[in-house]
Design a protein around this ligand. Sequence first.
Ligand SMILES: [Zn+2]
Length: 258
Amino acid sequence: MPLHETDAFVLRTFTLKEADKVCIFFTRETGKIRGVAHGARRLRSRYGASLELFTEVSLRYLQKENKELVSVSSCEIIRSRFFEGMSSEILGVMHYFAELVIEFFPDHEPNEKVYRLIGAALDAIDTASPAQLPALVRYFEIWMLKLSGFFPDWRHCGLCGRELTPEPSRGSSIWLTNEGLPQCTTCSGQMGEELHAAEWRLIQEILTQAPAAFAARSRDLRVVNPLGQIGYVATRLINRVLERELKSFEVLDRLKPD
Ligand SMILES: [Zn+2]
């Protein structure tokens, strides 16, 4: 039975029998895995606080052939992200991020980019003001879609392939279908939702900037709120991919600007 060793983020834990927990990790080496932490529910568990949400750990586990669940052999904290008294907004965002990673990525599929995105997004949460959290949520959603291959090519019309530019003055604008797929003015028949230049630029920022830099940029949201519109688009795409609404949407509703 080979012993594996890798860094990992804790995404979720749940109870298994009296003393054990099943944990879902996102590992640097092999992507998402599920493992049993024996004795983790005991009062004086050797796991301590290492199995809290998004704790980064040095994980050692044994993997039997043909067994879906690995067996956790040790789990040492590299960095904790969870603390008593953290705001319910931040906790809600972290649960949502964990749920997105769990839902979007299959088990045992390595993805170093996702691993690094999680770390960078958590760093950004650490320094973000409450007002910056929605920007981080949008950032993470777009990148989840992108890294799982479900973010549409927003530079070209989904039907005719024409290059899209958000310049209504030149008669060319971008329209989103009910499913959030971009089309040119002609193909869309101007049906659906128009993607405005500000939203277009925002997506470009998300795809080219680090999360902390993106969240920290000050935006005047009094006149237009492109972030809200991006959130609408991202949510529709996510629902379409997963064919259902995520549980954490409910928690996040409280974060939405009026
Ligand atoms: Zn077209």
